[in-house]
Write a protein that binds this ligand. Structure first.
Ligand code: ADP
Ligand code: MG
Length: 698
């Protein structure tokens, strides 16, 4: 294997390749589009297509595909080969600018949420030159946006690009007000930390619940879980290390900056974090990372679980969206610098984020809402479903001083003393970590921690970018018309702090007392489930904001609400059906079989000698018989609740029925089966236990 620097990005049509293969003029025009959002010049497309094809063919590609992100949450591709018949009966490899720019997949089966009836199958894919093309297997993948015949976005990339554009427009207005005329473009960057579980293929195959739903629907607590905290940052097992090495190599070839990897809190749980990059590219890369994580696992006899809560009772998996705003001149607008108190521009951008998170708590919650993530938010390891922000001591003190017109006395950066003289002294971060906050300032970026591990990061960043664009717009509108810029600026920062400080919370987000304080005293929103939050996507204030920045049209929003709720309902229905099937056809018969053996044994003993005690047998037989009855009854009731869903008038009411009736029945059924597991012989139990699965990778 060659060194990493040699093969890094070897499968990417990146800047290095473009520079060496494109004519200088073409390269410069394309670069302007990529770096400064300049309109794409159609005339360059042919030249780019031809260079792209030559490069791809030299690197073993035979096909190309417009790679896109439909609303299913995964990526889609339809492969076409480069071959074109030549007059002599052979073929030549061809690829035109037209084929690069636009594709027309038969889109009838992708969800559109009513935008497009299935008979209007037309959908278009359009080249996104800001994300590099790459080769996967033998196919050149061209990142594209996906829209309907009428131009509505049917994907996640289009609104994401629009949200970045909205933020760019408003941020530039603010920068101009601060006298900055050199910045041409403002972009957001993201570094998503991705958590996942690894189990063996053998365990995966043996559990229908994991196979059908991605998570365990039954399973009693193992004797050992994560209570010892011995897995977190622990030594990586050889089999896992081999997997990670393979994964890294594949990601590096694709130009993905996989950087850190470690064991996470739960047994069998791990994390991968890339170096941050432009949001649009980070999103494409994260989709690819999830795909390759699963593919690479298969090569090692493993299965990578990306579900948010594969196991009850141990931590679930999230995705931390580290987000910042920076200029094309390399300034991070969320960097406080040495003297944040004097850094009015930083304070204004900080306030814009505070205002955005408070005004659009609901949109941030909606952006991470899925049936899977509902199990995580509010459980013990993940941020609660209530959105709040952590800023740390220094920024809090600064905001306090501004709000109350009192002088701010900087505590200065303290030198850390670790008590060991050989260790270097380093400057202590001005903020300590707060692991429980859903939205934490971490020095020069915000870490949005509510995302589920399988979520596309597109949704969260669309809402975040749009909401911050809205704050900046309100600021710019006011400041551009102000008589005295400095006074207006000061007043506005002060007003933001006063109006929105309720969203700032520096305590323990896992504390029950906090939820009470948040909802009862501060009036923050607490949407516990997807069914609760999703309909608010269509609240007037949200529709107004998102349409005014041209991030979504109203039709597009309606379609998203419908698709997300449909997805929620389908997910839970599949889980419920799987449970009923496992309970009726596997668990109940297995428990019956075991009960019969014990009962027969007791009878035999009694036959042999009536004075032999059979307390053990009788006890087990009684308990298991009660549980089998409960299992059968709960399974019937659950089945019934699912049947009733067909009476729902619309998708909102179906989601409410699921929240109110189905989930509770699922929990009842699970409780009965899990209890039976603790007293049934392992020999008779039809599926591997939690302990078997969680400790399967050695
Ligand atoms: P943690 O200690 O929070 O687990 P990690 O090192 O696992 O930190 O991940 C931090 C992530 O934040 C990385 O993906 C990193 O590239 C990203 N990051 C660092 N600086 C920025 C920034 N300015 N903007 C966006 N993301 C950043
Ligand atoms: Mg991390």
């Amino acid at each position: 294997m060659s060194t990493v620097t040699k093969f890094f990005g070897s499968k990417v049509f990146d800047d290095r390749v473009m520079k060496s293969r494109l004519d200088e003029k073409i390269y410069n025009t394309l670069k302007k589009t990529i770096d400064e959002n300049a309109d794409l010049d159609i005339s360059v497309a042919n030249a780019v297509a031809s260079a792209m094809k030559d490069w791809a063919v030299e690197n073993g590609a035979t096909h190309y595909t417009h790679w896109f992100q439909p609303l299913t949450g995964i990526t889609a591709e339809k492969h076409d080969s480069f071959i074109t018949p030549s007059p002599d009966g052979g073929v030549i490899m061809e690829f035109s600018g037209k084929e690069l720019i636009k594709g027309e997949p038969d889109a009838s089966s992708f969800p559109s949420g009513g935008i497009r009836a299935t008979f209007e199958a037309r959908g278009y894919t359009a080249w996104d030159p800001t994300s590099y093309a790459f080769i996967k297997g033998k196919t050149l993948c061209i990142p594209t946006a996906f829209c309907s015949y009428g131009g509505e976005a049917l994907d996640k990339k289009t609104p994401l690009l629009r949200s970045m554009q909205a933020l760019n427009i408003q941020a530039l207005r603010i920068l101009r007000l601060f006298g900055n005329d050199t910045v041409k473009c403002v972009k957001t960057s993201v570094g998503p930390e991705q958590e996942y579980f690894l189990i063996t293929k053998e365990m995966y195959d043996a559990r229908p619940d994991i196979r059908f739903t991605g998570r365990t629907l039954f399973g009693s607590k193992p004797p050992k879980g994560q209570e010892m905290d011995d897995h977190y940052f622990g030594v990586i097992k050889p089999k896992v290390a081999e997997y990670m090495e393979d994964l890294n190599n594949e990601l590096w070839e694709l130009g993905i900056f996989a950087k850190t990897e470690h064991n996470e809190v739960a047994p069998a749980q791990h994390e991968l974090a890339p170096i941050y990059t432009t949001t649009n590219i980070a999103t494409d890369h994260n989709q690819l990372t999830m795909e390759i994580m699963q593919k690479a696992a298969a090569k090692h006899g493993l299965v990578c679980l990306l579900h948010e809560k594969p196991f009850a009772g141990v931590n679930g998996s999230g995705k931390h969206n580290n987000w910042s705003i920076s200029t094309d001149t390399g300034i991070n607008l969320l960097s406080p610098g040495e003297t944040p108190y004097e850094n009015a521009q930083f304070l204004l951008f900080l306030c814009a984020v505070i205002k955005a998170v408070d005004d659009y708590q609901d949109l941030l919650r909606i952006a991470v809402a899925t049936a899977g993530n509902d199990h995580r938010l509010g459980a013990n390891e993940a941020p609660p479903a209530v959105v709040s922000m952590f800023l740390g001591d220094e920024l809090n003190a600064i905001l306090d001083a501004i709000e109350n017109d009192t002088p701010y006395i900087s505590a200065g950066k303290k030198k850390m003393k670790l008590g060991v003289s050989v260790l270097p002294k380093f400057t202590r971060d001005t903020t300590d970590r707060n692991r429980t906050s859903p939205f934490a300032f971490t020095g020069n970026k915000f870490e949005f921690r509510m995302l589920g591990s399988s979520n596309s990061i597109a949704c969260a960043n669309i809402m975040l970018n749009a909401a911050v664009a809205e704050s900046l717009k309100i600021y710019a509108d006011r400041l551009e018309g102000a008589e005295d810029f400095e006074t207006a600026l000061h007043e506005m920062i002060k007003k933001t702090i006063k109006d929105h400080k309720r969203i700032i919370f520096n305590g323990n987000g896992y504390d029950d007392g906090w939820i009470k304080e948040a909802t009862e005293q501060r009036g923050l929103l607490n949407y516990r489930t997807t069914a609760d939050c999703m309909p608010h996507l269509l609240d007037k204030k949200n529709v107004d904001m998102l349409t005014s920045h041209k991030v979504y049209s109203e039709i597009e929003l309606r379609s998203r609400e419908e698709i997300m709720l449909e997805n929620y309902c389908k997910t839970v229905i599949i889980e419920a059906n799987t449970m009923v099937d496992m309970a009726k056809c596997s668990y109940a018969p297995a428990i019956e079989k075991y009960t019969a053996v014990i009962a027969k044994n007791a009878a035999l003993k009694k036959q042999l000698d009536a004075s032999v005690p059979c307390g053990y047998e009788t006890g087990i037989v009684k308990r298991l018989s009660v549980l089998t009855d409960r299992i059968a009854k709960s399974a019937d009731e659950l089945e019934n609740e699912v049947l009733k869903l067909s009476d729902a008038e619309n998708i909102d009411s179906e989601a409410y029925m699921i929240r109110d009736n189905v989930l509770g029945k699922m929990a009842e059924l699970r409780a009965a089966v899990d209890e039976a597991e603790t007293i049934t012989s392992k020999e008779f139990w039809p599926f591997p236990s939690y302990a078997d699965i969680l400790f399967s990778v050695r």
